[in-house]
Ligand binder design. Sequence first.
Ligand code: 1HE
Length: 267
Amino acid sequence: MPTGERILERTLPSSLRAELAGDIAVLTLNRPEKRNALNDETVLGIEAFFSALPAEAKAVVITAAGENFSAGLDLSEITERNTVEGIAHSMMWHRAFERIEFGRVPVIAVLKGAVVGGGLELACAAHIRVAERSAYYALPEGQRGIFVGGGASVRVPRLIGTARMADMMLTGRVHDAEAGQAMGLSQYLVEPGAGPDTAMGLAARVAANAPVTNFAVIHALPRIAEADPRQGFMMEALMSAVAQGSDEAKDRLRAFLEKRAKKVTEF
Ligand code: 1HE
């Protein structure tokens, strides 16, 4: 049976590179000469990658070649599009990024340099963001005369609040990596160049979790967090029971009780 890696070799555009490091798949934005601007081919490639992850992959790390994560939408492609085509284009981004957020495994993005416009939208679809100190965040759509279309209106307010997003769009405000960390755009802030190693270390920890836990965190947690509390508590009880009932949970709990598992402080 062909591995996902081999499938991906055939389907990915040159603006993306995919590798498998053990049980961690690494997707690299590979168009540094255009600051990893996201053209249609790249967004469709992202969708293809996350739709056909190698079976071995238990976590994904998204990195970027060059000094920048991504300068967002490829502005050279936008001028010819009419309104109806614009809707289809935005929905194509939504589809691709939903594959990231609601895919099979957790995703960690390594941010640096420009994380702007659609680049920030891509970053926000990941579950964990590791920002190098060079990272900066902006939503220049306001200044370009357009609006976000890759899911930012849904995902960014959940991280930083509607008021901060409105400010970024209305005034063109740029936030540096420290500010981004303080407001919740990133969960980790690291020195320049340290992002990939940090992300791979985190991915290894994620990959070591029971699959049912990772499933619950990706698929159940965000839905529960947005649900009416009464339904949320019910969903939590059901998810909790499903997880507890698994053989792997029983093995792990027994290992702790028999002093064979690490303490919280030893992870
Ligand atoms: C691009 C793009 C792009 C660079 N589309 N080609 N995004 C933006 O509005 C951000 C636009 N980009 C910039 O403001 C700057 O490029 C950066 C601050 C990110 C980086 O500056 P710098 O000095 O390192 O690079 P550069 O010289 O500006 O760009 C290098 C090349 O990349 C240059 O092409 P070249 O052929 O002249 O060498 C640039 O034209 C090209 N380039 N960014 C196309 N974005 C689903 S809706 C999402 C809506 C949005 O994302 S809107 C925000 C778009």
